[in-house]
Design a protein around this ligand. Structure first.
Ligand code: DGT
Ligand code: CA
Ligand code: CA
Ligand code: ZN
Length: 584
């Protein structure tokens, strides 16, 4: 069996903690497992090596008893303790943990008192009133559970891009490494950088289709084979996502790649443009229409040639959504999209001072390793007490610490001292202006009271960004993709207000958020609102989320000039100060 990843090991520890909670074990024992899960997730060394040398107990947060279990798990790939524990529960019960707003205590009560052990049984028990009648539940809780079940059903079979990217890239890399493979690509919504994808579409050009298909369906990431044909295979990966493979001839590659990249809407117009020129376009070729008197199409070697043949500039995959790309490609006005290499720094990152998992020093080191010139620290403010938000004293102490640290970088690197300040229900800020004035910048976000009307929520946010010390607005809608709906807010009105006040809007790059949504960035850009791509990092590894943020920024038609954190040190400072200076 293949080595377990740190994430897989951490997940296993988390599920042990969940099971112990279901059993009603004491909190210290449970916390030992959740702490160990966090410790493993953020451990930077080689786990297999540490296990081999019996040194796992040296990792801070991992006790002796858990270290022994981890050694067994890492060395043998199995953990008897976990298997035995799991066997004590009905198998369906674990899926209930996926439901938003219901934890181990409730699941335990449902199991013991109503004998509910699957989501299907739970849905029934909600509908016939048994859940509402249960002590500690009530009608409101029952309704919330039902809503969570319905939302889960709606999202079934869809996956956040950030969570399947590893699988997609690994399969692609291995396909490209096969001797028989001439060209390979992931097409579909993945290539278009959609925030949520249904399945993965691999396109491979080869003269040995049988060998390539065999490699694909027998890959160790595959859980089951759905279809295995001469030119198309489909599998279910262990992560749950379906993956399709299409094997084609090398000459067909640009057509197949273009067709299977989609979107469907984009394809329809491509085909119409071909027809208008007397040609036929499908997933294999561009050819003359029967009985057509038109010139035959030019030779096509790559996608670019296809676009040129149809009278268009090359359209980047992210823009292929039929949202204006054809008109722009005809007029040569497509944007020169931002690239990963353009980023110089980032804002909105957390440390152990609030709910982050790494210290300020560790976050700085990670940012430097990524080649960034600056890192903005924006820990939570005091109203986010569940995230250990900082009060003014702790915040100002952190500011002083940052100013001291900055002296050690000799101008090559800079930490910007900020805060992620809560917006109160009324649109006030969690710190007074005197405190905000001592920061380099501030991000404001809504973290509670989501159930306002659209008008109230819009007013609340606009009031907050009217404050001259507010540099940027964090995660505009609060959505958690595939799990929590966005709260009601008038995007256009907020964008208008951001333009009027000179407030930057964040593109939160956490793959669960990707908020503000890509569909709104063209409007923001038109109004002159700038974007900041922020990972909302709660650990060093989360800085990698920037990558997904770039994907969404590209999907939102943004260029380097539209995104403030492409500016180098020396230029970015003025942008952070602009709004408060304008008010003086
Ligand atoms: P997904 O998988 O639901 O996230 O979205 P896609 O876009 O990857 O869709 P998928 O996997 O069903 O098909 C891949 C591409 O193949 C799609 O983007 C466009 C093309 N395609 C599929 N079905 C049709 C169709 O009926 N007409 C046209 N014109 N293109 C299609
Ligand atoms: Ca797809
Ligand atoms: Ca597909
Ligand atoms: Zn936040």
């Amino acid at each position: 069996m293949s080595a377990l990843t740190k994430d897989q090991i951490a997940d296993l520890l988390e599920s042990i903690a969940q099971m112990l909670e279901l059993k009603g074990e004491n909190v210290f024992k449970i916390r030992a497992y959740t702490n160990a899960a966090r410790a493993i997730e953020t451990y930077s060394g080689d786990l297999a090596k540490a296990a081999g040398e019996n040194r796992l107990a040296e990792i801070s947060g991992v006790g002796k008893a858990i270290a022994d279990k981890l050694t067994e798990l890492i060395v043998t790939g199995h953990l008897m303790y976990y298997e035995n524990l799991k066997a004590e529960f009905p198998p369906g019960i674990f899926e209930m943990f996926d439901l938003q707003g219901i934890g181990p205590k409730k699941i335990k009560a449902l199991w013991e008192k109503l004998n509910v052990t699957t989501i299907a049984e739970l849905e029934k028990a909600c509908k016939d009133g048994r859940v509402a009648a249960l002590s500690g539940f009530g009608k409101k809780t029952s309704d919330n559970i039902l809503a969570a079940i319905q939302s889960r059903a709606k999202h079934a079979g869809r996956f956040r891009l950030g969570e399947i990217a590893k699988d997609a890239e690994r399969m692609l890399e291995e396909l490209r490494g096969l001797p028989d493979v001439l060209q390979a690509c992931v097409a579909g919504s993945y290539r278009r950088n959609k925030e949520v994808v249904g399945d993965l579409d691999f396109i491979v050009a080869t003269n040995s289709p049988a060998e390539v298909s065999e490699f694909f369906v027998k890959h160790e990431m595959v859980e089951s084979v759905i279809a295995n044909g001469a030119t198309k295979s489909s599998v279910r990966l262990k992560s749950g996502i379906q993956a399709d493979l299409r094997v084609i001839k090398n000459t067909e590659f640009p057509f197949a790649l273009n067709y299977f990249t989609g979107s469907k809407e984009h394809n329809i117009i491509m085909r119409q443009r071909a027809l208008a020129r007397g040609w036929t376009l499908n997933e294999y070729r561009l050819g003359p229409l029967e009985n057509s008197k038109s010139e035959p199409p030019p030779p096509i070697h790559e996608e670019r040639d296809l676009y040129r043949a149809l009278g268009l500039d090359y359209v980047e995959p992210e823009l292929r959504e039929d949202r204006g790309e054809f008109a722009a490609a005809e007029k040569h006005t497509l944007p020169d999209l931002i690239e990963k290499e353009n980023l110089r720094g980032t804002f909105h990152n957390h440390t152990t001072a609030s709910d982050g998992r790494n210290t300020l020093a560790e976050m700085v080191e990670a940012a430097q390793e990524l080649g960034l010139q600056y890192l903005g620290i924006a820990d939570h403010s005091k109203a986010s007490f569940q995230a250990h938000g900082l009060d003014a004293d702790r915040l100002l102490a952190q500011v002083a610490e940052i100013r001291e640290l900055n002296k050690t970088f000799g101008g090559d690197f800079k930490i910007f001292a900020g805060s992620e300040v809560d917006i109160t229900k009324e649109g006030a800020l969690d710190f007074p202006d005197e405190v905000l004035a001592q920061l380099d910048y501030c991000v404001v976000s809504v973290h509670n009271v989501f159930n306002l009307t659209e008008a109230e929520m819009t007013k609340r946010i606009i009031k907050a960004i009217e404050n001259p010390y507010v540099t940027m607005l964090g995660h505009l809608t609060g959505r958690l993709l595939l799990s929590r709906e966005a709260y009601q807010v008038d995007h256009a009105a907020v964008i208008e207000a951001a333009a009027a006040t000179g407030t930057i809007i964040e593109l939160n790059a956490n793959p669960r958020r990707l908020d503000m949504d890509w569909r709104w960035w063209p409007l923001a850009k038109e109004k002159g609102v700038k974007c900041a791509i922020n990972p909302d990092a709660h650990s060093t590894s989360h800085l990698q989320y920037l990558h997904f943020g770039i994907g969404i920024a590209r999907k939102g038609w943004l260029t380097r000039a539209d995104v403030v954190n492409t500016l180098p040190l020396g230029k970015i400072e003025a942008v952070l100060q602009a709004k408060r200076n304008a008010k003086k």
